[in-house]
Design a protein around this ligand. Structure first.
Ligand SMILES: O=C(O)C[C@H]1NC(=O)NC1=O
Length: 249
């Protein structure tokens, strides 16, 4: 079997469990999904400040699990960053041996194969600019609309929160007003809603967790890993002080 590490960069274990279930539903039978989260960092990632403070815990989690795999004579086949802000994606690609896929990049590229335009439904309005920047980076900005349901990330943990109804209203707007031809779920915590929303709206609904697991399995199958020339070169030896002392390569 191949081991794929799926990291929820926030510290909410119940969300990690739901992300892991979605990842396992998408993974090949020969893939073992390890769904984990750091113990250090924000309980949820809602905007740029949380993004920054999630990165050290994310990187520490990746470093520890790759080291553990090596110590057991093996190696991770791939790593998924299960946060729709793709937090720490570039830094993770510098430090990881295994290929790293973020759920936003995976979802947007997958949606781009399915429709001329896509509509992203995310949680809070404060997260929208970050996702619009990612759409620019991933080359889909000219055919991507991002709208927020204005629900906190952790409201997705509570079926009674009304989050799903607010998401439904945003999806209807994305389809009817913005001309979206497919829908992207703009939060890892929405992963378990893809199937029901697909049936309800009759359009492709892309969950980034499933897309990222599938893509990273594909990289493993092709035997392809991150290029270590240039931007993703391994970190250079240097001092890291204070709470980051353990991050010295
Ligand atoms: O900002 C968001 O809604 C997305 C992002 N936040 C988080 O804690 N997990 C996520 O996928």
């Amino acid at each position: 079997p191949r081991d794929v590490l799926v990291v929820n960069p926030n510290t909410t274990a119940s969300m990690t469990d739901r992300i892991g279930a979605a990842a396992r539903a998408a993974a090949a039978p020969t893939t073992r999904v390890l769904a984990v989260n750091p113990s250090m960092g924000p309980a949820s990632i809602e905007g740029y400040y949380d993004e920054a403070l999630a990165v050290p815990g994310l990187l520490d989690t990746i470093i520890r699990h790759e080291r553990a795999a090596r110590d057991q004579g093996g190696a991770l086949a791939g790593i998924v960053i299960a946060c729709f802000d793709d937090v720490g994606l570039d830094a993770a690609r510098c430090v990881a041996d295994a290929p790293v896929v973020g759920i936003c990049e995976a979802a947007m590229q997958t949606a781009g194969l399915l429709g001329g335009s896509m509509g992203v439904v995310t949680t809070l309005n404060r997260s929208v600019p970050a996702l619009e920047r990612l759409a620019q980076r991933y080359g889909v900005a000219d055919r991507c609309t991002v709208r927020a349901a204005e629900v906190p990330v952790l409201a997705l943990e509570d079926p009674a929160s009304g989050a799903l109804d607010r998401m439904r209203a945003v999806i209807a707007r994305l389809l009817d007003e913005d001309g979206a031809e497919c829908i992207v779920l703009g939060c890892a915590g929405m992963a378990d809603l893809a199937r029901s929303l697909r049936q309800e709206f009759g359009v492709p609904v892309v969950d980034g967790v499933s897309a990222a697991v599938t893509l990273v399995e594909g990289l493993a199958t092709l035997g392809l890993r991150t290029s270590k020339r240039g931007g993703y070169a391994a970190p250079l030896p240097k001092a890291y002080t204070g709470v980051l002392a353990g991050f010295a390569p």
